[in-house]
Write a protein that binds this ligand. Structure first.
Ligand SMILES: C[S@@+](CC[C@H](N)C(=O)[O-])C[C@H]1O[C@@H](n2cnc3c(N)ncnc32)[C@H](O)[C@@H]1O
Length: 358
């Protein structure tokens, strides 16, 4: 579905102008949210109602005037309330999504967009002209590498922000897999590029007797071991491994590639899928979680925005239609494929690839 329709007959002047103005000003709105999250405004006013002066002092603000302006914009946006006592409070939406430590928190995702994607997006025109990522422009946080994961690893704390963001983007993905796919009893599952472990944790919680292994780079595994500490044991483990040269492990019933393949060019994607496929038993399943593009490539909006995000942040990453996935997987020798469209339910879509028996 399109985000807006400016076609003749629907081009009501006011409406079109309003939409174009919000497109023009969109960067200001993002910046307001980024600043408020960085300054922990929502956590601060959620602890107890506070005045602008108190908030300025807690955040180490040199001038109360600037803080007052930011707070009033946040009130205007409905993210905080100002009482007749002149004190600011968190609204329900902020309490649900904008506090640092609630399950439904969007904070890590917001920080990731701010620190890793916002500056590259400023150079979108250059990326379109050159066809090259603009990650190196990201002086803040991620260092000057054009490889997303090397760049995150080079910055202090950046990998952890990315892992926390991915965990929040992946909430529900493992649960949906457990609901929508038939798993054998007590399955052995490999989650390759499993990141902070959100998908693995959901799988292990939903599938009694399952044994799940997260494979990822050292930086991710360090974070996952910390984050999953109280769940680690016989059923859930984390192993440092390179998905381009995975070692030999006992064959798995199910291999998961969640939000992994869209980051790489075709040659690298092929190596990852071949490695994942080779870890599977005959009759096993490869589950690929990605956001599918519509066949006409005009939507959904999350997928087309993501296709620009990977243009800017990765070398050759892309989003694909079901037909393109079928062609790509077919070329790797994977033919038994089913697509589960889950986007309208608020989850990534699922591609289920079955390995023939014998
Ligand atoms: C977009 S994240 C997805 C994380 C997780 N699967 C999820 O759905 O939340 C991609 C993951 O690929 C991992 N990755 C990147 N390069 C890798 C490599 N060479 N070997 C193993 N994992 C890698 C990253 O560390 C990251 O955790």
């Amino acid at each position: 579905m399109r985000q807006a329709d400016y076609s003749e007959g629907k081009l009501d002047g006011e409406d079109a102008l309003q939409k174009l103005t919000s497109l023009t000003n969109g960067y200001m709105l993002s910046s307001i949210l980024f600043a408020a999250v960085d300054l922990k405004i929502f956590d601060i006013v959620n602890e107890k109602p506070r005045s602008a002066l108190e908030i300025s002092s807690i955040t180490g603000c040199a001038s109360e005037g600037g803080m007052q302006r930011l707070l009033l914009v946040l009130v205007n946006l409905g993210l905080i309330d100002a009482g007749p006592d002149g004190l600011f409070r968190a609204t329900e939406v902020a309490r649900k999504f904008l506090l640092s430590d609630v399950r439904s928190s969007l904070v890590a995702g917001i920080q990731h967009h701010h620190r890793h994607a916002y500056v590259p997006f400023r150079y979108l025109g250059d990326a379109i002209l050159s066809g090259k990522p603009q990650l190196g422009r990201n002086g803040q946080g991620a260092a000057g590498s054009e490889d997303l994961y090397e760049s995150l690893a080079a910055g202090t704390g950046e990998y952890e922000i990315f892992m926390r963001a991915m965990n929040s983007f992946s909430v529900g993905v493992g649960e949906r897999m457990a609901e929508l796919v038939e798993f054998p009893l007590e399955p052995r599952i490999y989650d390759i590029g499993g990141g902070g472990g959100q998908v693995s944790l959901e799988l292990v919680s939903r599938l009694p007797g399952s044994r799940v292994t997260v494979f990822d780079r050292k930086e991710a595994i360090d974070y996952a071991r910390k984050h999953l500490a109280k769940h680690l044991g016989d059923q859930l483990e984390c192993i440092e491994a390179d998905m381009f040269s995975l070692g030999a492990f006992p064959k798995a019933d199910v291999v998961v590639l969640s939000a992994v393949l869209g980051d790489w060019d075709e040659a690298k994607r092929k190596v990852i899928v071949e490695n994942a496929w080779s870890q599977l038993k005959a009759g096993g399943k490869l589950l690929i979680s990605e956001t599918l593009l519509d066949e006409d490539r005009r939507g959904p909006s999350s997928a087309i925005l993501l296709s620009l995000y990977v243009l800017l942040l990765t070398q050759g990453g892309h989003n694909f239609t079901p037909t393109e996935w079928r062609e790509f997987l077919g070329a790797v020798g994977i033919d038994e494929i089913a697509f589960i469209h889950d986007h309208d339910n608020g989850y990534r879509d699922l591609i289920v690839c079955s390995k023939p028996l014998g």
